[in-house]
Design a protein around this ligand. Structure first.
Ligand code: NDP
Ligand code: 5RP
Ligand code: ZN
Length: 341
């Protein structure tokens, strides 16, 4: 079946190509409806990745956060018109020890493998997760990012000690907000301290116990466990501050992506007996856990609506350009495209 795929061929340049897609017994064809932009997409769009990486990964279709409706299911699992989240990670092998999102053989959409900027996404039943009726499309669009935070929390839970009094979150943006909202639902007895750079963004974290701007943290503030949700060079300053602020033998979950190597005071990591847990992407189980969380936490589900920053209907490649640029200038929240290409 013919499909139109919109690929980034070089920074800020898209090309539409028509592909004759192969249909197999397990194929499910999904029409993408709402797509959300991730920092990783912006790094390809703006060309801020290394030239060698761009050479290797482009051309490819961007976007790995999205929801759509089932158009045709050859596996007989889904109803026609059913809303589904498309899982971007695509494993090619099973492994008893290594999770699907850490297998080097897995393909990840919009990272060397076509993302969701297509007329139709050709998927399989094991990569689709039904959306709850109660979740609006513009929130369902960024389920992938919620699942990433869910995965990061799950990984830290495997290594953290039994002190759950105070969770510290560094980063007052999307990932920080999502991680904070999940922790608030999963650990209602724990306190949440948010450390950010912008008072306007910190105002959105009204459900937290304390918010701090990173240049004005009282010297006696301590956290039990910490999450870094910053990325870029900011990760270095955040991790440095976490090392000072966390209690001895606490655990740090690192989720922010840094393009260049960053420095870490390993002497203090040793001296305080800290545990560091890195986490990247997510797998189907994390999407299922996310849907379960949204089903059982109506207040927190509603709170995710506050994170929709900008939203636009996209009908042309020019619309895509202007929306990616708008996202770069946007201060708060996710950029969601109502996909009509
Ligand atoms: N591990 C994974 O699988 C995933 C990782 N990511 C990564 O997570 C990172 C964050 O993404 P996202 O939340 O969408 O980005 P945002 O830009 O929305 O959030 C980052 C926030 O951190 C703030 N910040 C900057 N420096 C510091 C600091 N020293 N201490 C505390 N806060 C600081 C920024 O403020 P300001 O804007 O003023 O600089 C910004 O508000 C990115 O690197 C992204 O690529 C995203 C998805 C998945
Ligand atoms: O955003 C992400 C997951 O949601 C990851 O950070 C992203 O997939 C990393 O991949 P890349 O190397 O292409 O930036
Ligand atoms: Zn992402």
């Amino acid at each position: 079946m013919l499909n139109k795929v919109f690929r980034l061929v070089s920074p800020r340049q898209f090309e539409a190509v028509t592909i004759d897609e192969e249909i197999k017994e397990e194929t499910v064809i999904v029409r993408p409806t709402y797509l959300s932009i991730c920092h990783a997409d912006q790094r390809y769009y703006t060309g801020s990745r290394d030239k060698a990486v761009l050479r290797k990964k482009l051309p490819m279709s961007l976007i790995h956060e999205g929801v759509g409706v089932v158009v045709k299911d050859y596996s007989g699992t889904f109803e026609k018109g059913q809303r589904v989240i498309i899982v971007p990670n695509t494993p090619t092998e099973k492994n008893e020890t290594i999770q699907e999102n850490y297998l080097p053989t897995s393909k990840f959409r919009s990272s060397g493998f076509d993302g969701f900027m297509q007329e139709y996404v050709f998927s399989t039943k094991d990569r689709l997760v039904p959306v709850l009726d109660e979740v609006p499309a513009n929130v369902a669009a960024y389920t992938e990012l919620i699942s990433v935070a869910m995965h990061g929390i799950n990984r830290l839970e495997r290594v953290m000690n039994n002190d759950r009094e105070i969770f510290g979150i560094w980063g007052d943006g999307n990932l920080g907000y999502i991680t904070a909202n999940l922790l608030n639902g999963l650990y209602p007895e724990s306190k949440l301290y948010i450390f950010g750079k912008n008072e306007e963004k910190l105002n959105f974290f009204s459900f937290a116990d304390e918010v701090f701007t990173v240049d004005d943290i009282p010297s006696d503030i301590r956290v039990s466990q910490a999450f870094e949700c910053v990325g870029g060079i900011g990760s270095q300053y955040a991790i440095d501050q976490i090392i000072d602020t966390i209690r001895p033998q606490g655990a740090i979950g690192i989720m922010g992506v840094s393009e260049h190597p960053i420095e870490m005071r390993t002497r203090m990591v040793l001296e305080k007996g800290l545990t560091i847990s890195g986490s990247s992407r997510s797998g189907v189980t994390d999407f299922e856990n996310t849907v379960q969380f949204l089903a059982t936490h109506p207040l927190h589900r509603k709170r995710f609506e506050n994170l929709v920053g900008i939203e636009k209907t996209i009908r042309t490649v020019d619309d895509v350009h202007s929306f990616f640029e708008e996202d770069l200038a946007n201060d708060w929240g996710k950029a969601v495209m109502k996909w009509e290409m």
